[in-house]
Design a protein around this ligand. Structure first.
Ligand SMILES: *Cc1c(COP(=O)(O)O)cnc(C)c1O
Length: 839
């Protein structure tokens, strides 16, 4: 476009002002000329869109500058491939990060508009299920903050995670329509479109004297079109891009069919293509196993890689520099097919030799493992992969042959080890193991907490770890303190600023300066007052949405996360029933008033998880209507858990429930959000809880229950839940009242099966951990009864969550070995920011 013109000579856009009056007039301008609404008839949603457009302008300058800077400096780029981004609302995050909160608020109020009201109308973008997707969103913000040039790649689902409604205490799933009012944050990039193939056959060219070449002839093709959303870091340091792909038909309409009168058939291609990116799969810990899911995985992997390679060639002559200039991070195995697709693109499209392409591929990819649950490890039937991606299947076989040869010849591995490292699972129906593919194709593989990393080495990847002992390393998950402290908890943020100054805003480790205020009675009082106001806010939300009244002076005991048996909401509920029984039996005792909050979605096909939601609601109805415990115990299941609800509930928690069966929660990030916001944690030695204990100190966290080793041993040797239950009268009474229908008089056997599971196998150690848990809860009561002690501990949680490395190592942590050097660290040079480092 500017062929003969020098860009520097062209007129430049006027700099965007941060003056509230000017911004107010810009908001009016957007309302009038972009949305086409008169001020008099503008709806709150129109004000929201106009405001976002004005905020967006202030980000775009930085965005372009960030892109130019990465080119000019030949910076290494990070590409974060994730099938999920649980981003939530963006406006408040963006305004706060560019430092215009007061100015925008003033601009809007001069127009008679309340920022908080319109911010509450912004749809909560739930393009993810839970922790894995939220981690991706936190990383995007953190990478922009620490000035790493990064791109997030994912899918622009039309329908994100379902909206959860309650019908008589049962979960009902409704479609989420986050794009209903349009999405002013995104930019459609028609020029960034790629063809994605499926099916068909592979042709071989040459092969006798010439090197053999392969050409994939797909039977079906769709277009991947990019939608870009700017991700702005703290103080607007850098603006990165979240690029989400949408599927489009190659032929939007089959005109011949249309003209022949087949109006529905004419749209066949269009519907088929668009269905590819229409919905997010709503299961968080079990692979969907359906063909559409594999199509989604390949679709976004291929589009992202084509985009990455194109960008690289714009700047460099060939791909030899790819590992040095590009780092591709696989968020779990969902994008693992990228390994084979990279090989195909390098060999078949760009003409590289297999061995050279393999070196480049391995040097470029890293992989984050998120779970050890055997049923959660992704694998695809060989016949399905062969039919849908025939060339990739060939490449998988070739990679496998090389790896197994190396293992047998060089490493002298035995048959059993060979079987476990193979990309093909031969037990039963032959399947391709995506975890093994991601491992073998990457130079760095990380676990997400210290404990999980060690368990990875001992379990799923034991033999691959033996083959490549330098690859596995630990990067404990983290959260962004911008969203999870500064924005969700403005009251605490103000108090911290007036107490320890502003340093912590730019360097969270500076929060340790708060530590000495734990012993300052006047400060503790202010800290408690902030907590009280946050609890009032939650109480009002619950009153408004559910018509339930709760007392903000009671202890707010909160368990919010996906509903899963391993997360053990059931343990919490059984203890709730036991407590209910105790209060009624001993009304003369001084019980600590508690409100037990639950929130979380269940995968629609996960029967027991849905039953647990119903149980929570059934228990709530009985307890909340019993005058015998009035004022002492309430149970609230808040519907439709999402990022926005977390932002209200986390700051209001006194007690954070992190009680997974030890060895099963890879890291957890909810645990970190609560502790940072001044809650006491009751938890098991699982995931990042272990490192949190090291950070905050064992006096400032309540740990109970079996360790991961003890759980493994009990499972291997068999434990006897029946004997345990008979030995605990509180437990047996609580279980039999649930099983016999005390809470479900309309269907007395509703929960019999759920409770039978505890009696018969107790896989999740609900019975085995019950007494320890109930004991720990009474310990929590005792601490609560001494407010000085309670707030001293919770202040220390806020103060110590961000510290870099605690002194001293915990007794049950393995020695630190095989630590990656800076070079292999996931995000290159900088490791600062909000990360828990291994203890
Ligand atoms: C943080 C977060 C999660 C993860 O919570 P865990 O307790 O670590 O499982 C899930 N969903 C939402 C909405 C979150 O904000």
């Amino acid at each position: 476009m500017i062929n003969n013109l020098n860009a520097a000579d062209l007129p430049r856009p006027a700099p965007r002002s941060s003056n509230p009056e000017i911004m107010a007039s810009e908001i009016i301008e957007r309302l009038t000329y972009r949305i086409g609404k008169d001020v008099k008839v503008a709806k709150p949603h129109d004000w929201l869109t106009a405001t976002i457009l004005v905020v967006r302008d202030r980000i775009i300058d930085k965005w372009m500058e960030s892109t130019r800077k990465a080119y000019a400096n030949n910076s290494k780029r990070v590409y974060y491939l994730s099938l999920e981004f649980l981003i939530g609302r963006l406006m408040r995050d963006a305004i706060s990060n560019i430092g215009l909160m007061h100015e925008i608020r003033d601009a809007l109020s001069s127009l008679g508009v309340d920022l908080d009201v319109i911010a509450g109308l912004e749809p909560d973008a739930a393009l993810g299920n839970g922790g894995l997707g939220r981690l991706a969103a936190c990383f995007m913000e953190s990478m922009a903050t620490v000035d790493i040039p990064a791109y997030g790649y994912g899918i622009r689902y039309v329908h994100g995670l379902f909206r959860q409604q309650m019908a008589d205490g049962w979960q009902v799933e409704l479609p989420e329509t986050w794009l209903a009012h349009g999405n002013p944050w995104e930019f459609e990039r028609r020029e960034s479109s790629y063809e994605i193939g499926f099916g068909g056959s592979v042709e071989t060219i040459g092969g006798y004297e010439d090197p053999q070449r392969f050409v994939w002839k797909p039977a079906e093709r769709v277009i991947a079109m990019a939608y870009d959303t700017p991700v702005v870091g703290w103080r607007g340091t850098r603006v990165n891009t979240l690029r989400l792909w949408s599927a489009q038909p190659i032929d939007p309409i089959l005109l011949a069919a249309f003209n022949a009168g087949d109006h529905i058939g004419a749209l066949r291609e269009s519907n088929k293509a668009e269905s590819l990116t229409r919905v997010l799969y709503p299961a968080d810990a079990t692979p969907a196993g359906q063909e559409l899911r594999l199509r989604q995985e390949f679709f976004f992997s291929s589009a992202s890689l084509q985009d990455i390679l194109r960008r690289h060639l714009q700047q460099y002559p060939d791909f030899t520099s790819l590992p040095e200039k590009v780092s591709i991070q696989l968020n779990d195995t969902h994008p693992a097919i990228s390994i084979a697709e990279m090989m195909r693109l390098l060999c078949d499209v760009h003409g590289l030799e297999f061995d050279e392409a393999w070196k480049i591929t391995q040097g470029t990819f890293s992989y984050t493992n998120h779970t050890l649950l055997p049923e959660a490890l992704e694998s695809w039937p060989v016949p399905l992969l062969e039919r849908l991606l025939p060339r990739h299947m060939q490449i998988v076989y070739a990679i496998n042959a090389n790896t197994l040869l190396f293992a047998r010849k060089e490493k002298k591995m035995a048959d059993q080890q060979i079987r476990s490292i193979s990309l093909i699972d031969e037990g039963g129906e032959r399947r391709v193991r995506m975890g093994n593919l991601a491992f073998i194709g990457s130079h760095s593989i990380n676990g997400v907490s210290a404990l999980h990393t060690e368990l990875m080495k001992e379990t799923v990847f034991a033999d691959l770890h033996g083959l490549y002992p330098d690859r596995i390393n630990n990067k404990t998950n983290g959260i962004t303190p911008r969203r999870w402290l500064m924005q969700c908890n403005p009251g605490l943020t103000s108090l911290l600023r007036e107490t320890i100054g502003d340093d912590f805003l730019d360097d969270a480790e500076k929060l340790t300066a708060l530590d000495r205020f734990a012993d300052d009675a006047a400060f503790r009082e202010k800290f408690a007052e902030v907590k009280r106001l946050n609890k009032v806010r939650l109480a009002n939300t619950v009153a408004q949405r559910m018509g339930i009244r709760v007392d903000p002076s009671a202890m707010f005991d909160i368990q919010i996360k996906r509903i899963h048996e391993y997360k053990r909401q059931l343990l919490n509920l059984v203890e709730t029933v036991a407590l209910y029984d105790q209060i009624r039996s001993h009304p003369e005792l001084d019980w600590v008033p508690r409100v037990k909050f639950f929130a979380g979605k269940a995968a629609p096909s996960y029967h027991n998880a849905k039953l647990i939601i119903k149980l929570a609601n059934d228990i709530a109805r009985v307890i909340n209507n019993d005058p015998a415990v009035r004022g002492l115990l309430k149970v609230v299941f808040v519907p439709n858990y999402n990022v926005s609800l977390a932002e209200i509930m986390v700051p209001a928690a006194d007690l954070s429930e992190q009680i997974s069966t030890a060895g099963m929660e890879a890291s957890g990030t909810g645990n970190m959000k609560f502790a940072l916001n001044g809650a006491l944690t009751i938890g098991t030695l699982d995931g990042a809880n272990v490192e949190m204990r090291d950070h905050v100190g064992e006096d400032n966290i309540v740990i109970f229950g079996m360790t991961a080793d003890e759980v493994a041993r009990a499972r291997a040797e068999g434990h006897n839940p029946r004997a345990i239950i008979e030995g605990s009268s509180e437990l047996s009474q609580a279980l039999s009242s649930i099983a016999s229908g005390v809470f479900s008089p309309d269907d007395r056997s509703r929960f019999a099966g759920l409770i039978d599971g505890i009696y018969n196998s107790d896989w999740f150690m609900v019975a085995a951990d019950f007494d320890a848990y109930a004991g720990a809860q009474r310990e929590v009561d005792a601490i609560w009864s001494n407010p000085d002690s309670w707030y001293a501990k919770t202040v220390r949680n806020t103060a110590r969550m961000a510290g870099s490395r605690p002194t001293g190592r915990s007794a049950n942590m393995p020695p630190r070995s095989g630590e990656p050097d800076e070079k292999t660290a996931q995000f290159g040079r900088r490791k600062k920011d909000w990360r828990h480092h291994e203890g």
